[in-house]
Design a protein around this ligand. Structure first.
Ligand code: ADP
Ligand code: MG
Length: 318
């Protein structure tokens, strides 16, 4: 039954793969038309893209469905169009309860630009959600979110994808019980020819979520996602109230020269080499902090893997 359900899900999302399961005369449900898409509000924006809440109502009878629509920001058109296309291609292949569901695409200007249509998660990202839900959300719940993120990431890895931007801002909340990984592919452009980034550019590039091998060689592995998961777990345990950006920047500032020394990624790497890490968040159990530290082994081969994280989190939970 589970397999049948999965197959139906796959067929639903990829009518091209299993054509016989979809009636021939039915129109492609993954093709959305611009003229039926009505913007309701802004949901958020990153460096290249913006996400809007829209209502898709092709029959014009007011029974349209709410969808989240991602498009490139007007000043990012052109050379960055491939990012969004790649994101569509990635999401199209993913089917897991902890990954945001792909719904389709909407092409515009005769196919020169596209919009990504996905399911709408009303509660937004963990960063939007958690700070104001501290009372309702007990530590067990936080660990359960962590477990779900690991399950989604384990699946992603099994499909041979590397997320490269795992962070609380990119984990969306379906309801108080379920979280899903989002943001596939738009913000991962780390130029191969660059050897370091200054923290001024950290807004473009989430260096404080990056493992040493990403910072030093621009190489990303599934183990690099594990490092980012460690930072995400840190965010979770602080109810997203402590920003790793801030804490790392403080740690990097030299005591004798508070403001003038530019904080470079070179110095971040040195600090990580020295074994310095984010400190255990207030109130976070040592057992959970030790999981973070196992995500932050300097050498990627010494890092814990998602499979094992799942086991460890389950043990802590049940
Ligand atoms: P970017 O690549 O620009 O960072 P994201 O996919 O991370 O784009 O989306 C930016 C923000 O928009 C997210 O942090 C979240 O607040 C909101 N958002 C994105 N997708 C959805 C969705 N499916 N439902 C609800 N909110 C969303
Ligand atoms: Mg994002």
């Amino acid at each position: 039954r589970a397999i049948a359900r999965d197959l139906n899900g796959v067929a639903e999302q990829n009518p091209a793969i299993l054509p016989r399961l979809v009636p021939v005369d039915e129109e492609d449900p993954t093709v959305f038309e611009t003229r039926f898409l009505r913007k309701i509000s802004d949901l958020g924006e990153g460096h290249f893209g913006k996400v809007e809440l829209c209502c898709y109502d092709p029959h014009g009878d007011g029974r349209g469905e709410l969808v989240a629509v991602k498009s490139l920001k007007p000043d990012c058109q052109g050379q960055l169009a491939c990012h969004l296309r790649r994101e569509v291609d990635t999401m199209r292949e993913l089917y897991h309860q902890n990954i945001v569901k792909y719904k389709g695409v909407c092409s515009e200007e005769g196919g020169r630009s596209i919009k990504l249509i996905m399911e709408y998660l009303p509660a937004g990202s963990l960063k939007d959600y958690l700070p104001s839900r501290k009372v309702q959300t007990d530590p067990q719940r936080l660990l359960d979110y962590a477990l779900q993120i690991c399950q989604g990431m384990d699946y992603l890895g099994s499909q041979r994808f590397i997320h490269r931007d795992l962070a609380a801002r990119n984990v969306l909340v379906e309801n108080e019980r379920t979280v899903k990984i989002g943001d596939f592919g738009l913000t991962k452009s780390m130029k191969e020819d660059k050897s370091y980034y200054t923290v001024n550019e950290a807004t473009e590039c989430p260096v404080f979520w990056y493992a040493p091998e990403c910072l030093m060689e621009c190489k990303f592995y599934t183990a690099s996602d594990v490092w980012s998961f460690g930072v995400t777990l840190y965010e979770l345990m602080t109810y997203c109230e402590t920003s790793p950006d801030k804490v790392f920047s403080e740690m990097l500032r030299s005591p004798e020269d508070q403001k003038t020394v530019p904080v470079t990624v070179t110095r971040l790497v040195e600090m990580l080499k020295d074994g310095r890490r984010l400190a255990c968040p207030a109130g976070c159990p040592e057992s959970v902090y030790s999981l973070m530290k196992r995500c932050w082994a300097f050498d990627k081969d010494n890092r814990i893997q998602f499979r094992e994280l799942i086991k460890e989190l389950e043990e802590l939970l049940y």
